[in-house]
Design a protein around this ligand. Sequence first.
Ligand code: KG4
Ligand code: ZN
Length: 336
Amino acid sequence: MGDILILGIESSCDETAAAVVKNGREVLSNVINTQIELHKKFGGVVPEVASRQHIRTIDGVIDKALSDAGVDFEDITAIAVTYGPGLVGALLVGVSSAKALAYALKKPLVPVHHIKGHIMANFVEHKELEPPFVCLVASGGHSHIVEVKDYTDIEILARTRDDAAGEAFDKIARVLGLGYPGGPLIDKLAKEGDKNAVHFPRVRMDGDSLDFSFSGVKTAVINYLHKLDQNGESYNKADIAASFQEAVVDALCTHTIEAARRTGNKTITLAGGVASNSALREKMTEEAAKEGMRVLYPSPVLCTDNAVMIACAGYYGYLNNEFADMTLNASASVRL
Ligand code: KG4
Ligand code: ZN
């Protein structure tokens, strides 16, 4: 079998991205056009603004992915695209482009679930990584613990009952007046603070569920600040950021390591935007080592939204004959 080149396309939120990946793990190009500056003044992603910007940039982003890779459309084996979950208008731009290309070029079309893409980023970063392993996927929209049993067989072990971890970071950053997106800003500020300054709650579900809940810690921080404000007391933002981050990171680590223990896995991987959090990487590595487990994570550019991860997932989908036809539609909420 000759080389398999997958063109990956991603447009589920505020990044327009395209990439060419060879044989699943070799990155030939990775183009990301981020809209962060555009949404900053609104304090978050505005769906309609995102859709319009995707339309403006997607053709150029795809062209650049091909030219950076030094290949032509004819060289591409198949086209992989994120079809959900995400903002439906944003997703539609990528899905329509991918369908048009697949139709015009007579190439197979591989639909990719966005969360699966995040998980697969680990295969690109760590060439020797093979299933099975446990993965914590934490982003702005999702927080799951999954077991990757095989390249196309993923079982969900736990999920969040309310807010996603990244969503909580973004909200607390806004409350602290730090800006958007909040995760990296809290991460940075927390380095100057004391993580033990305030003990915010960690929620554990009844029974043996490893599900997360982050709305409680979010409310606890907001109430805490509100009380201080009412009493006219000042506070150290860095201490609050560090203490909040510690509460979230603690829950993420405890539940994930417990999931690995229960399933008998010795490898834990991290994925999604929150996987670039330095405190999470550090604590997970430390705590897992005590259990004889290793922790792997992608470099930051492969943690946040990108198309390399979509092309990688598309490669394994291609090998597994997971093809879509021209009826493929964007889907705002679709289960893993
Ligand atoms: O995976 P991603 O780029 O988009 C989604 O699929 O949601 O994740 C974005 C999320 C945002 O909530 C952002 O605040 C968070 O990831 N994030 C972080 C860090 N970098 C990004 N959260 C905590 N620490 C970070 N360093
Ligand atoms: Zn994402």
